[in-house]
Design a protein around this ligand. Structure first.
Ligand code: NAP
Length: 193
């Protein structure tokens, strides 16, 4: 079986979006800077990190807010965040219609991870979305945590680590890639509890 890894771009003050994220501003107002390293500002180091993620991905898992902000025209078009790669969406109420790469999961994180792992086989299930990633961590289902640390302080927005409660989660640093544009790509193994 492949691993389950969350991969999120985060500001130095812990936000994965700026304030007021919406369909118009999926990364919040001013939060677009978080994904500059995936676009025109990408350095050779960024491209290598991204290529490794793309090559290793077998399925994606996200929450309904991430889906709603980017699905369809003006976002992912006819596919998902990675074209035809299967994508599982946690939700309480599936939409009436959706591009065929999406499967909606209404019975919780354990079920969503199990379904995504079954499809991904030996490849990685990539978790996008702060709520989904934290649920996987809290349930002991996350093997790896990738934080793409962007040198900006956003001050407000969606936090990556605000729902974990009091129980510590121990991590072992696995790799650090320092990009010349200031982004630091951090990768940790999640230690067994
Ligand atoms: N910085 C980055 O790299 C990055 C990457 C991906 C996304 N983002 C951004 O992060 C934001 C989204 O993150 P988020 O944490 O706010 O939301 P999210 O995880 O994308 O979605 C949360 C929603 O998913 C549904 N959900 C979650 N867990 C569920 C469960 N166990 N059972 C049923 N439904 C469940 C609920 O929606 P319903 O109740 O409506 O069904 C919940 O409100 C977006 O702005 C997105 O653009 C940033």
């Amino acid at each position: 079986m492949g691993k389950v890894a969350s991969a999120m771009s985060m500001s130095l003050d812990g936000f994965v979006t700026g304030p007021n994220d919406s369909r118009e501003h999926p990364l919040g107002v001013g939060g677009e800077v978080l994904h500059d390293w995936l676009g025109p500002a990408a350095t050779a180091e960024d491209k290598e990190v991204l290529q490794e993620m793309v090559a290793g991905a077998g399925a994606i898992l996200m929450g309904r807010r991430s889906y709603d902000f980017c699905v369809g025209e003006g976002g992912w078009g006819d596919g998902g965040p990675a074209g035809d790669l299967p994508c599982f969406v946690l939700t309480h109420e599936p939409p009436a219609e959706a591009p065929k790469v999406f499967t909606f999961v209404t019975d919780g994180i354990e079920s969503a991870v199990a379904q995504a792992k079954a499809v991904a086989g030996d490849l990685t299930v990539g978790i996008h979305g702060a709520t989904a990633a934290q649920q996987a961590l809290a349930a002991g289902l996350l093997d790896e945590l990738q934080v793409h640390l962007v040198p900006v302080l956003l001050g407000d927005g969606v936090r990556l680590f605000d729902l974990l409660g009091g129980a510590p989660v121990n991590l072992t640093r696995d790799r650090v890639v320092e990009s010349s544009n200031g982004v630091t790509h951090l990768r940790y193994h999640v230690d067994p509890r």
